[in-house]
Design a protein. Structure first.
Length: 90
């Protein structure tokens, strides 16, 4: 099996979602409720990416809504930059 990569436009459609009401750690206590979405990428509908739905109330999430990716930059302990995909309603 050979793997490769391809740059895709950061747009997709909500394929599925869940609203998280209970924090899994104390660090997330102030963040609940929040929405985790599974997004079907527009250019490759069989490719799906998980991320949080940002800038939207949990009641706004719906299957089939268009979204665009935004990137949450984090740093690992060794200084490596990690970009986490998040999604915003279009």
């Amino acid at each position: 099996m050979t793997f490769g990569h391809r740059v895709l436009a950061p747009r997709g459609t909500i394929y599925s979602y869940t609203v998280v009401h209970h924090p899994t750690t104390n660090a997330l206590s102030a963040s609940v409720p929040y929405v985790v979405v599974l997004v079907s990428v527009d250019e490759e509908p069989n490719v799906r990416v998980v991320g949080n739905l940002v800038d939207a109330a949990p009641t706004e999430a719906r299957i089939g809504l268009p979204v665009e990716a935004v990137w949450d930059e984090r740093r690992a302990d060794d200084g490596t930059v990690i970009l986490l995909p998040q999604w915003r309603l279009v």
